[in-house]
Write a protein that binds this ligand. Structure first.
Ligand code: BEZ
Length: 222
């Protein structure tokens, strides 16, 4: 079964979560969304990841991004484990986890969304969820997907960086180069002619000379 492709409408699934039953599109409303799965509750790397995600929740909120996590544990497990996650952040011990977790204990959603990691199994031999990330736009379409194995924790600062790029490039005819961060120069997209680029970017367009003689490496400052 082919997985979700960029540009596909994200499934409007129903699920049990730590905040009760949700229908995903209603949960998102008109916001951007980030859905991130983890292999299992009460495991070390997952605890560090969800704790970091909690620390950065105001940054996601500032960008208008609704956060939701998922694993193949029950809502009750998620609620109990959330206390450990928040206690891992020394300043967060008494606060609730600032985003819900989907309880996919039947693995239905994990199968539907292609999230299972065939290399990581529980004690009964059942596959665990990989570390998937889906970023969904306000149009409910998939804008980005990343897939890490269970043994490699993600970098949530990088997720904020890619969201900054996704939100910028959704508005302007630019692309962000390697290691870009907000405020850095951006690249003019190849489909724009030089004349269109000059008209569109009043701060000017600089073109790097290359051995090929082709003028495709065009920067502008927004
Ligand atoms: C962890 O979160 O530490 C973890 C979970 C499953 C497999 C390996 C590591």
């Amino acid at each position: 079964m082919p997985g979700l492709l960029l540009g596909d409408v994200f499934p409007n699934f129903e699920a049990e979560t730590t905040i009760g039953k949700i229908k995903f599109h209603d949960f998102l409303g008109s916001s951007w969304g980030i859905l991130f799965s983890h292999p299992r509750d009460f495991t070390p790397v997952c605890t560090t990841e969800l704790a970091r995600a909690a620390q950065l929740s105001d940054e996601f909120k500032k960008r208008g991004v609704k956060m939701i996590a998922l694993s193949i544990d029950s809502a009750e497990d998620h609620r109990n484990w959330s206390k450990d996650v928040m206690a891992f952040n020394s300043d967060g011990a008494d606060s609730p986890l600032p985003y819900p977790i989907i309880a996919d204990d039947k693995r239905e959603l994990s199968v539907q969304l292609g999230m299972l990691d065939p290399d990581e199994r529980d004690k009964d031999g059942m596959p665990l969820t990989a570390r998937c990330v889906f970023v969904i736009g306000p149009d409910k379409k998939l804008k980005l997907s990343i897939l890490y194995p269970a043994t490699t924790g993600r970098n949530f600062d990088e997720l904020l960086r890619v969201i900054d790029s996704l939100q910028l490039t959704a508005q302007k005819k630019v692309a962000t180069p390697v290691d870009w961060k907000p405020g850095d120069k951006v690249m003019v997209i190849p489909s724009l002619s030089d004349a269109e680029a000059t008209a569109l970017f009043p701060s000017g367009v600089t073109t790097k000379e290359l051995p090929s003689g082709k003028s495709y490496l065009r920067y502008t400052q927004l």
